[in-house]
Design a protein. Structure first.
Ligand SMILES: Cc1ncc(COP(=O)(O)O)c(C=O)c1O
Length: 574
């Protein structure tokens, strides 16, 4: 072969290589969700540029262009809520305020209840707190003695009611108390827990950890170790704990270059899984079935009414089965992150609910019987932490508190109790029961022309707002006033325990409707033809730009106020 031919062949090979690379890259791009959520790195860059700005005393009430009389109603609404809070929750509010500068969790959560431009004014006017000291049935009592219905579900831990978990902890502690907190050795109860977990998961081996986050870290580490591949695939919007290895976007400062965030329910994603050879595992959080490609909606991001949720069991089952097949064919480890859905959707969790078997499953939350836990179950060859033929090539995972005897005790109670007929009956009925309850709640709201609908997956509910609005996040305060206890993310996720009786739920419906009627009366859902979701987004964007470039705001004369005035005038003319 002469020099020219060799050069020609080399150039052709390089060209083929480059074209293939570009093609693969384009394919990957196509598999990303078109929203910013699907482009997590860009999202992170962009969000860093968003400057702080706030809506002050007057603008707070008419940032949607509402008339003066509506603004007045809203102001009166806030006054009423403030008085009610002062009267009903004085000790709770004081106690929470005292923690705000010393407990970073409280500082964070109280600053992230509503969209940030409204935060400072609202915080000044409506101080809330969440200091509780007793539970009974589906209710929780704060330190002022108020009993509220619990819709928070303790982040999903509470599947069967707090009394159930009190029992698990008491009885479990009784079983292990003569051993105490001995670590490193195991209490014999571990045998029974491991056996039951193997049956529930349909997998060979188990490892115990201390939180869901840690269980996910371990599952992903093992998937990389055994496949020798670098990347994990997570689906757009899915939460898998606060480890930066599964949180490549907002919330984490480290650049994460070994994660692909791909679209849920997308053919392009399946194509990527089929064609790339660097994917070690696909991580699925089955709760995403309720709102594919969206985050668990916090009211802090509720800037308009575009929150979506739409669960279709058939479609999602088909999707999971497709992923299952592709993972099997391509040596990709399929991990179900069932920290939330495990032992809730069914006895065997999402694996049973959707009838799909994963290669590894992570559990947490409720499985600890009320105590902290994380668990990985997996196929034997994936769970092994060393290689027979490479003795120093290990996958290290230990943890001081793994398999803590008290956690083993409470877990044992939990795993025993859920096998009993009354709990099996609950599992059996739950899906229909919650679909019917949600349908009833929606019907009542429709009858009352309330611009709210609830979507649900089983016992997990989310509030959707059907008319464009900038103030939907106010709803959480009206719910609170009616004695409904939400988690800090507000109306985006309400997690119901399965011990809610019909009577309890009827009370929830009444209070929900009353809260919405009060909110409506106070003018927060005022409408105008110009007030579309798109227009709200534009207003927010414009405010951001003006805050970033104040000169521009000055040039545009009066910036935001001017625009509101224009909009108000338009509304009056229209
Ligand atoms: C699906 C999923 N994975 C992981 C985690 C993290 O678990 P933990 O908060 O126990 O670390 C959560 C927590 O909400 C979760 O819902």
């Amino acid at each position: 072969m002469n020099y020219e031919t060799a050069l020609y062949i080399l150039t052709a090979l390089v060209a083929v290589y480059i074209i293939r690379k570009v093609f693969m890259r384009l394919r990957l791009s196509r598999a990303k969700h078109p929203s910013l959520r699907g482009h997590v790195k860009w999202l992170r860059r962009i969000t860093r540029l968003i400057p702080y700005f706030e809506y002050g005393d007057n603008y707070f009430f008419c940032s949607d262009g509402a008339t003066e009389s509506i603004a007045k109603k809203r102001r009166q609404g806030i006054n009423n809520l403030r008085q009610l809070i002062r009267k009903k929750f004085p000790a709770t509010v004081l106690f929470s305020a005292s923690l705000e500068n010393s407990l970073s969790d409280v500082r964070f959560t109280s600053a992230h209840k509503v969209p940030f431009p409204y935060r400072r004014y609202l915080h000044k006017e409506l101080k809330l707190g969440s200091i509780v000291e007793e539970t009974n049935g589906v209710k929780v009592k704060d330190i002022d003695g108020n009993w509220s219905y619990d819709l928070s579900g303790s982040y999903g831990v509470n599947v069967f009611g707090y009394d159930f978990y009190k029992d698990c902890i008491d009885r479990g502690s009784e079983k292990v108390k003569i051993l105490g907190p001995v670590l490193g050795s195991y209490h014999p109860l571990i045998r029974k827990n491991v056996d039951k977990l193997r049956t529930v998961s349909g997998l060979d081996e188990v490892s115990f950890h201390m939180s869901g986050t840690e269980a996910v870290m371990q599952a992903v580490r093992l998937a990389r170790y055994h496949t020798g591949k670098t990347h994990l695939v997570r689906l757009c919007g899915a939460y898998h704990g606060w480890w930066d290895g599964v949180q490549p976007g907002i919330g984490n400062q480290r650049k994460t270059n070994d994660v692909y965030t791909l679209s849920d329910l997308s053919k392009a994603t399946l194509k990527v899984l089929t064609t790339r050879n660097d994917i070690a595992c696909v991580l699925i959080n089955p709760i995403q079935a309720l709102h594919p490609n969206s985050d668990a909606s916090s009211d802090a991001t509720l800037i308009n009414s575009t929150r979506e949720a739409n669960f279709n069991r058939g479609t999602y089952t088909k999707w999971l089965k497709n992923i299952r097949d592709i993972c099997t064919r391509n040596n990709i480890v399929l991990i179900f992150d069932e920290v939330f859905t495990g032992f809730r959707l069914a006895h065997r969790g999402a694996q049973e609910y959707f009838n799909v078997q994963a290669d590894m499953v992570t559990y947490g939350k409720t499985l600890g019987g009320g105590l902290p836990v994380g668990v990985v179950c997996g196929k034997s060859h994936l769970m092994k932490r060393f290689k027979d033929d490479a003795p120093v090539n290990i996958s290290f995972a230990r943890g001081t508190f793994n398999s803590h005897p008290y956690v083993m005790g409470a877990m044992n109670e939990f795993l025993n109790r859920i096998e009993e007929p009354d709990i099996q009956q609950l599992y059996h009925e739950a899906d229909n029961l919650w679909n019917n309850r949600v349908a009833r709640l929606n019907q009542r709201m429709e009858q009352k022309s309330i611009p709210i609908r609830i979507a649900n997956l089983h016992s997990i509910l989310t509030v959707l707002y059907t008319l464009p609005g900038r103030y939907n996040w106010m709803f959480q305060f009206y719910l609170k006033a009616e004695g409904l206890h939400l988690s800090w993310i507000g109306s985006g996720r309400m997690i119901m325990s399965l011990n809610y009786s019909e009577q309890d739920f009827n009370a929830i419906i009444d209070r929900f409707v009353l809260a919405a009627e009060n909110m409506n009366t106070d003018g927060w859902w005022w409408q105008s033809p110009q007030l579309t979701n798109k227009a709200i987004k534009r207003m927010m964007l414009r405010d951001m730009v003006y805050a970033r470039f104040p000169m521009l705001g000055n040039i545009m004369r009066g910036s935001v106020q001017e625009c509101v005035r224009e909009l108000t005038e338009e509304v009056h003319r229209g």
